[in-house]
Ligand binder design. Structure first.
Ligand SMILES: [Zn+2]
Length: 166
């Protein structure tokens, strides 16, 4: 079993508590990855998604996982499950110190994320308390105007890394 933490880092401008929360309509957050086979290292062609409420049966087992996928090269079956409670909001202080902070944790068996793809469903708070929802980070950056504080807010230089723990 490999536990993989997705850690992020960004330059936050007048904003804090960046986190994956889902859409403003109450829809769930969807994690997007490029997956790699742990046995032969082959990358999957397309992105794979993981959402907390969607579980799939693992063949030849009684268990379920949030993602069950077969390697197109060696045909080994692998699975990934989201482990709740390991992420925390990325704060203005984290941004100042320039460190990577875990936002999510996954239990990976036979396959593992090779790349984390930023999309929508993020939320954050302006330093004035204004809430920003369903932030789309597909471009690797985002900016908006905080009416209450009369200042611009933004997310820049977005990066991610994976940390493997056992
Ligand atoms: Zn493979």
């Amino acid at each position: 079993m490999v536990l993989l933490l997705v850690k992020i880092k960004a330059d936050l401008e007048n904003i804090t508590n960046l986190q994956p929360t889902g859409g403003s309509d109450g829809s769930e957050f969807t994690y997007y990855f490029k997956i790699k086979c742990s046995s032969c290292g082959t990358l999957s062609d397309k992105g794979s998604t993981i959402t907390a409420s969607e579980q799939y049966p693992i063949p030849k087992s009684r268990g379920t996982a949030h993602l069950v996928q077969k390697c197109k090269a060696c045909e080994k079956l692998g699975n990934i499950s989201l482990i709740e409670g390991h992420g925390k909001p990325y704060t203005a202080e984290d941004s100042e110190s320039g460190k990577f902070v875990p936002v999510a944790c996954f239990d990976c068996r036979g396959i593992e994320p090779a790349e984390f793809i930023f999309r929508d469903g993020w939320s954050a708070e302006g330093l004035s308390g204004t809430k920003f929802e369903n932030i789309d980070l597909s471009d690797g950056e985002w900016s908006e105007y905080d009416e209450k504080a009369s200042e611009s807010v933004g997310i820049l230089n977005l990066k991610h890394t994976f940390d493997i723990t056992k």
